[in-house]
Design a binder for this molecule. Structure first.
Ligand code: 5GP
Length: 118
């Protein structure tokens, strides 16, 4: 069954698309965690970071380049931003279609909340 993000890529589920090319689509996160919150996703289905194949090296690099360019276009390259990939349950991954979160537009705080076992 197609994932939510495959449906967005196919135009079957609406989203605010900010970039599209033959390899990658990027769109605004529906529940933004920062003033700029963009998801950069490969057009082909890769469920998690753990399922990235060695042959996907150029695709993953392209995702990062697209995120870099989007950060510049959204005016956060100099102020700073964070790129996040969640993988599997402990990360809190919700959608099992690989995606890079581009977050910025305010100070983002520490990477992780400290727990008693940090
Ligand atoms: P994850 O937790 O898997 O790393 O991130 C999934 C992201 O997808 C979340 O930040 C969530 O807000 C976003 N999201 C979930 N459903 C939708 C949707 O229908 N449209 C868009 N644009 N983003 C979504």
């Amino acid at each position: 069954m197609a994932t939510l993000f495959e449906k967005i890529i196919a135009g079957e589920v609406p989203a605010t698309i900010v970039h599209r090319d033959p390899r990658v689509t990027a769109f605004l996160d529906i529940h933004p965690a920062a003033p700029v919150h963009i998801l950069v996703v490969p057009n082909k289905a890769i469920a998690t970071a753990d399922e990235i194949a060695d042959d996907d090296e150029a695709l993953i690099g392209h995702m990062v380049i697209v995120a870099r360019d989007l950060a510049r276009q959204h005016g956060i390259a100099q102020s700073g931003y964070r790129l996040i990939v969640n993988c599997n349950a402990d990360s809190g991954q919700e959608v099992y279609h690989l995606h890079l979160h581009l977050l910025g537009g305010r100070p983002l705080g520490p990477l992780l909340q400290r727990s008693s076992i940090s």
